[in-house]
Design a protein. Structure first.
Length: 352
């Protein structure tokens, strides 16, 4: 009996000793690497892909109906202001012009003769009025045919380049139907697409900003500065993005429509962003469950604290975060998946 009591006592003491060890044992802090958030970025560059488009493209059409007798230009051809680019068949109008001219000259002679007869009291006042009306009508018909003859020639309203020829020779065209399109080749227009978020930043003050973004054109070594021209007020039907146009003078090495271009914009200098963002490496960022949801782990009082942040942009250096962190914050950059909010962590040396 005594042996049983002694054995039971030894077991109890052993269990008590084990429980005592569990109670006092503490988990070692997780060792992590970290970075310190530096001062806000002073520049926020963005790259926009675009394309060179025709500058001031104008569609030319005849004012009268007729058959095209001559097409005098081809796509890509340079034209001068006032140069004839197309002509209608004017044979019938030439005949009408001759008839109208003869009628006008006859009515003029008849009125001159009638005026002399009226001075001699040989015709009445009503007869003279009739001769006057006949001459006025003949003159109006004559001038109308003159104008129609002028309308048979389609001329370039400015010097430029033919973009398209929409009709063919011997084809009938009506008033207002596009025959030829030309554009100014002394300017370069670039079109880029913008999100509604960026478009909302384009205020009248931003439009007056003297900042000029730099454009890099495909196949051309030199880059150029461009100025703001205009932007659309409605999104594109397909892309749902807004469009913005930039312009610059045509350089010696001509840049043709259709050329792809990359436009580099400092959003802060352009007045399109007032956000003071912080440049962070991708290693400190953890994605959330929702789209565009991101977190960082701050080191505060020896613990890991999960903090939501907003990513303004992604670049070759990582990301720019515009909220959730400030200068001097210590962010954990390793073992993010092992961390728990409020968990004790220790920083590795030379990573503070």
């Amino acid at each position: 009996m005594k042996r049983s009591v002694i054995a039971l006592g030894l077991v109890s003491l052993a269990l008590a000793g084990c429980n005592s060890d569990v109670a006092v044992r503490e988990r070692a802090p997780l060792m992590v690497e970290s970075i310190e958030v530096s001062k806000p970025v002073e520049q926020q560059y963005r790259e926009f892909k675009g394309q060179v488009v025709t500058a001031e493209q104008t569609k030319l059409s005849f004012r009268i109906q007729g058959e095209i007798a001559h097409l005098l230009v081809k796509p890509g051809q340079s034209v001068k202001k006032g140069q004839v680019v197309a002509k209608l068949d004017d044979k019938k109008l030439q005949q009408q012009y001759g008839d109208a001219q003869a009628q006008y000259e006859l009515a003029t002679k008849q009125l001159r003769r009638g005026t002399e007869l009226y001075a001699r009291d040989m015709i009445s006042n009503s007869e003279l009025d009739e001769l006057t009306s006949n001459r006025q009508l003949a003159k109006a018909q004559y001038q109308n045919v003159q104008h129609q003859l002028q309308y048979t020639s389609l001329k370039a309203p400015f010097s430029g380049v033919v973009a398209e020829v929409n009709k063919e020779r011997f084809e009938n065209v009506g008033p207002g139907e596009t025959v030829v399109s030309i554009y100014q080749d002394d300017k370069v227009y670039v079109k880029i697409s913008l999100s509604d978020h960026i478009l909302a930043s384009i205020t009248p003050q931003a439009q007056r900003n003297a900042y000029q973004p730099r454009a890099f054109f495909s196949g051309i070594d030199e880059s150029y500065t461009m100025t703001y021209l205009e932007h659309s007020s409605e999104p594109d039907a397909q892309s749902r993005a807004y469009e913005l146009w930039l312009q610059m003078p045509q350089p010696k090495e001509k840049i043709l429509p259709g050329t792809s271009v990359s436009v580099h914009v400092d959003m802060v200098a352009a007045g399109l962003s007032t956000i003071q963002g912080y440049q962070l490496p991708m290693t400190v960022l953890e994605a959330g469950m929702e789209p565009k949801q991101f977190f960082v782990w701050k080191h505060e009082d020896g613990m890991a604290m999960k903090t939501p942040v907003r990513v303004d942009q992604v670049n070759s250096f990582g990301v720019i975060v515009d909220s959730g962190v400030t200068q001097g914050d210590i962010l954990i950059s390793s073992s993010l998946r092992k961390l728990r909010d409020g968990e004790a962590v220790a920083l590795l040396e030379n990573n503070k």
